[in-house]
Design a protein around this ligand. Structure first.
Ligand SMILES: [Zn+2]
Length: 289
């Protein structure tokens, strides 16, 4: 008697084959999606840690780390400023002898040590598993996910004594280091280091930015008003030169423009205005010659 398999028609065998292929494809896609999700979760966790480390560096630069003395903060700021001047390239940095001794890559490497830390179920985790399973959460068997070890780095005794140097290490190795501001906030009264949201950000936030923009507008208005006053003063000087008045030029210009003698003296001293001479005097002196 022929077997059932042999008795199935070609169309049935084709349908079974398509179903089998679809199941494999489905499994592969599920595996890929899981891998992507796991990678994304790891990336998010790393990014959060990097962000936290960068925030710690910023607060150290702003003198808010109690483990740093004022000399340490000054040295850290000096390092970041030198790093910025070298286009953030450690190989092009021109540090003082003292800073090279403290912040060279060789010395920074010596402040850390690598250790192996275990990966696997701890007795504490073992206690949690029944509750997780009861909640319908699938926990992998240890055979599926065997324990092992991974390298972890931590400061050694020497490193623990030099927080400024540890901050430099954390900055240079942080993937988000490009987000550290190019300098303190440009608003003088703020002057805090910050994490940039935009490449050319110069102020720590919208509050400081608004104050700086308002100050810039006021400065521009004052500059325009000063240029206008100087222009009026120069025109009045020309009319004084041609006139036969007995007034001295400052009194004349002041009468014509309403500008004070003090203003005229100040800008003569600043060499923005020239002391004018009577045209008639110049002509008569040239004729005498
Ligand atoms: Zn600010």
């Amino acid at each position: 008697m022929p077997s059932r398999c042999h008795s199935s028609s070609p169309s049935e065998r084709l349908a079974a084959s398509i179903f089998f292929d679809a199941a494999i494809v489905h499994n592969i896609i599920a595996c890929i999606i899981t891998a992507i999700k796991v990678k994304a979760r790891i990336r998010t966790a790393r990014s959060k840690t990097d962000r936290l480390n960068l925030e710690q560096i910023v607060s150290s630069l702003n003198g808010e780390n109690p483990r740093l003395t004022s000399e340490d903060v000054a040295a850290l700021v000096r390092f970041v400023e030198t790093w910025n001047r070298a286009s953030r390239n450690p190989w092009k940095m021109k540090m003082t002898h003292e800073d090279v001794t403290r912040f060279s890559l060789a010395r920074l490497s010596g402040l850390w040590e690598s250790r192996l830390a275990p990966i696997g179920r701890t007795p504490h985790v073992e206690k949690l598993i029944p509750r997780l399973v009861a909640r319908g959460i699938r926990v992998k068997d240890e055979i599926e996910e065997p324990g092992g070890a991974y390298w972890t780095q931590s400061p050694n005794l020497q490193g623990a004594r030099d927080t400024a140097a540890l901050c430099v290490t954390m900055l240079l190795t942080n993937p988000l280091r490009g987000k550290l501001s190019d300098g303190p906030c440009q608003r003088n009264r703020c002057g805090r280091w910050f994490i940039k949201r935009r490449t050319f950000q110069k102020c720590c936030g919208s509050g400081c930015l608004r104050i700086m923009q308002t100050a810039g507008r006021i400065r521009k208005q004052r500059e325009d008003a000063k240029t206008d006053k100087l222009s009026k003063a120069r025109t009045a000087q020309q009319s004084w030169r041609r006139s036969d008045t007995t007034l001295d030029w400052k009194a004349w210009v002041s009468k014509e423009t309403g500008l004070s003698r003090k203003f005229l003296t100040r800008y003569v001293n600043k060499r923005k205005l020239r002391t004018p001479h009577k045209l008639s005097k110049i002509i008569s002196s040239s004729l005498e010659f």
